[in-house]
Design a protein around this ligand. Sequence first.
Ligand SMILES: C[S@@+](CC[C@H](N)C(=O)[O-])C[C@H]1O[C@@H](n2cnc3c(N)ncnc32)[C@H](O)[C@@H]1O
Length: 248
Amino acid sequence: MSKFNLYEDDEIRDLMGENLRPGGLKLTKDAVEFCQLKPKAKLLDIGCGIGNSIAYLEKNYDVDVIGIDPSEKLLNIARNNHPKLEFIKASAENLPFKSEEFHMVLTECSLSLVEDIKKGLKEITRVLKEDGYLIINDVYAKENTYLKELKKIPINTCMRSLHDIDELRFILENYGFNIVLFKDYSQYLKELMVKIIFKYGSMSVFWSENINNCMDINEFQEMFKKSKPGYFTMIAKRGKGNNGRNIL
Ligand SMILES: C[S@@+](CC[C@H](N)C(=O)[O-])C[C@H]1O[C@@H](n2cnc3c(N)ncnc32)[C@H](O)[C@@H]1O
């Protein structure tokens, strides 16, 4: 199913600001400081969008950064804004890197957009070094009943693919990760929704302008609300002896 990429829309990017997700660079800073990010560490940002997180990290932490994203449009903005940084067109499911190349992988509101999450996480496991960190800032559902229905809307937004935290934790632990931090940041999602309502008048107007009549807006909103959406940071540390080769 081909989907409209909401983040390529100029109006949406203006609304979101420096990052195309809730929480901005504060969450990036808090997460890398928790992991005690070292100078010269090699870091991959998966779904880097317009590249502001890696630009911030390269400037403030003297790290070696690469950003990947499947959107040519967003990558062009990233390349224009940060001409000295490296951006590659690629998806999480097929990472064009050697095994165990990175000390840290960031997925900021992008893992929820990965169609085949197991394949994406398998690739992440492969490219991370032993004891490397995976940082996930993303949306989740506090109530899981409607998640399959929500996924049916043909639009590329994290809001249709809220994580089931238990399932995410289960996959990561099976792939040899230890979850070293889980923190709820739902207030940032609320702040983004307030911004949307301020600009569009209501969430219904926002969705009807962006979902293109593909499903009943009220039905979608009802399922979204009942899913009790939240926002989180999860930090997972790759265990020893598992570089993704033996994972199903
Ligand atoms: C909500 S935006 C977040 C962008 C950026 N991480 C930030 O913090 O501003 C989600 C990004 O994930 C990208 N994306 C979508 N599907 C992806 C995939 N399969 N693999 C990697 N990135 C993907 C989108 O193109 C978009 O740039």
